[in-house]
Design a protein around this ligand. Structure first.
Ligand code: GDP
Ligand code: IMO
Ligand code: MG
Length: 428
């Protein structure tokens, strides 16, 4: 048995949470493989809305096992908040959630360091979510991190103190010498560590590989998006993990030859939150309309998301890097009222046209070249069948499939679980 991977192809917030929830009944296990509480995955059903940050989006279905993998960075305080609120909503979390002992812990000083690093960059700041993601992954790769399994060791406090001392000296180097909130944050953190230990802390790589041997079906849930990948995204305006398909291998202990279908998810247009290049960004009425109709405000930070037309140059690159087998298009309904739909099919750089994503999209002057298609001018959010879709919309989908050379197998026409059209080619 192989694992399937679902991941974002743009700059995050494509709608991963919604689709993982929709697909979960087809799987036995749902596992997050990277990122941390920088993620905000929104699910809506039965008139209720949930935003998940560290917990996989498979917890609301039929008792599937959900795993927080070794590639994830976990903030015990935010985890506790999220978990307790889910338990209050009636989810029996302790019976369905397992956490890798190899997942790294976000410490209070990681969050302070994230803020201090951003402040030191001034205008060049990344616009991080402020959750301590960068400093925690930095400690992981510099071999200084603390892992979930370390909380069970007798020298845990000593290792915590050593890490904290290093963070404080790093902050001093950035000119930060006072930490008025730290004592309070630490107290909450250690209480949350005690709470975390009430969960099933496992060697998730063994668990998943055993499950595959027993023919169980596994869905890996990505966070962020390909353009935020630390290797292939718009560096340095990226997150600090591998958000791409290969991240599922390292973030869960799955061999590359065990990857099955790769579901690449994108919006019918494009958004980005935080700083960094965005070639198709719109500053006009069209961009405003996308933000208003699409409610494009961050699920975690509430920040306004920057909006623009779909960027097929970047999307084709993302399809290549991930080996996408199935495309999933989200928020199609947001474009229902547009007369004309635009899709960027090439970049003009110094008078030359290219459809290959260049090394650096920050420092070069990119003019997006658009293909225009007629809008469908039909409200689609009540549609549930492929046959109901208006012809200009299916023409847009065919155009995207032809450019990206991968079929679109799921279409989303609203935030609710039910507003999802699974096309016949999904069941191939
Ligand atoms: P994720 O981080 O990839 O899980 O995506 P987010 O939850 O951050 O952002 C997606 C937003 O769009 C959420 O508010 C969803 O409820 C909403 N959403 C998802 N699919 C659709 C859709 O097809 N149409 C509309 N209008 N909203 C959607
Ligand atoms: P989901 O999983 C959108 C962005 C931040 C910032 C950059 C680095 O909901 O799609 P970080 O805190 O990771 O160091 O911030 O990455 N970012 C996201 N943008 N969706 C996300 O997650 C994001 N997670 C991080 O805004 O630009
Ligand atoms: Mg999100």
């Amino acid at each position: 048995m192989k694992v399937d991977v679902l991941l974002g192809l743009q700059w995050g917030d494509e709608g991963k949470g919604k689709v993982v929830d929709v697909l979960t009944p087809r799987y036995d296990i749902v596992a997050r493989f990277q990122g941390g509480p920088n993620a905000g995955h929104t699910l809506e059903f039965e008139g209720k809305k949930y935003v998940l940050r560290s917990i996989p989006s498979g917890i609301f279905q039929h008792g599937q096992v959900n795993i927080i993998g070794n590639g994830v960075v976990l903030d015990p305080v935010l985890f506790r908040e999220e978990a307790e609120s889910l338990c209050e909503s009636g989810v029996n979390l302790k019976s369905v959630l397992k956490i890798s002992k190899k997942a790294h812990l976000i410490m209070p000083t990681h969050r302070l360091l994230d803020a201090a690093t951003e402040a030191s960059k001034g205008e060049g700041k990344i616009g991080t979510t402020g959750k301590g993601i960068g400093p925690t992954y930095t400690d992981k790769t510099s071999r200084n991190g603390l892992r979930v399994g370390d909380t069970l060791m007798p020298d845990f406090q000593k290792r915590y103190d050593a890490a904290k001392a290093r963070h404080i000296s790093a902050m001093e180097g950035l000119g930060v010498n006072e930490y008025p909130t730290l004592a309070n944050l630490e107290q909450k953190w250690f209480e949350a560590i005690a709470y975390l230990k009430e969960y099933d802390l496992i060697d998730s790589e063994h668990f998943i590989n055993e499950a595959l041997k027993e023919n169980m079906k596994v869905l890996c849930e990505g966070a962020q998006g390909t353009m935020l990948d630390v290797d292939f995204g718009s560096y340095p305006f990226v997150t600090s993990s591998n958000t791409i398909c290969a991240g599922a291998c390292t973030g869960l202990g799955i061999a590359p030859n065990k990857i099955g279908r790769v579901f690449g998810i994108f919006k019918a247009y494009c958004t980005r939150v935080g700083s960094g290049p965005f070639p198709t960004e719109l500053f006009d009425e069209d961009g405003k309309q996308m933000r208003d109709i699409g409610h494009e405000y961050g699920a975690v930070t509430g920040r306004e998301r920057r909006c623009g037309w779909i960027d097929l140059v970047a999307l084709k690159y993302a399809v290549m890097i991930n080996g996408v087998t199935d495309l999933i298009m989200m928020k199609s309904d947001v474009l229902d009222d547009f007369e004309t739909i635009k899709a960027c099919t090439a970049y003009e750089i110094n008078g030359e046209l290219t459809s290959d994503l260049p090394f650096d999209i920050q420092s070069v002057d990119i003019k997006p070249i658009y293909t225009e298609l007629p809008g469908w001018k039909t409200p689609m959010s009540s549609f549930t069948k492929e046959e109901e879709l208006p012809e200009p919309f299916t023409a847009y989908v065919r155009f995207l499939e032809a450019y990206l050379e991968v079929p679109v197998s799921i279409l989303s026409v609203g935030p609710d679980r039910a507003q999802t059209i699974v096309r016949s080619n999904f069941f191939k």
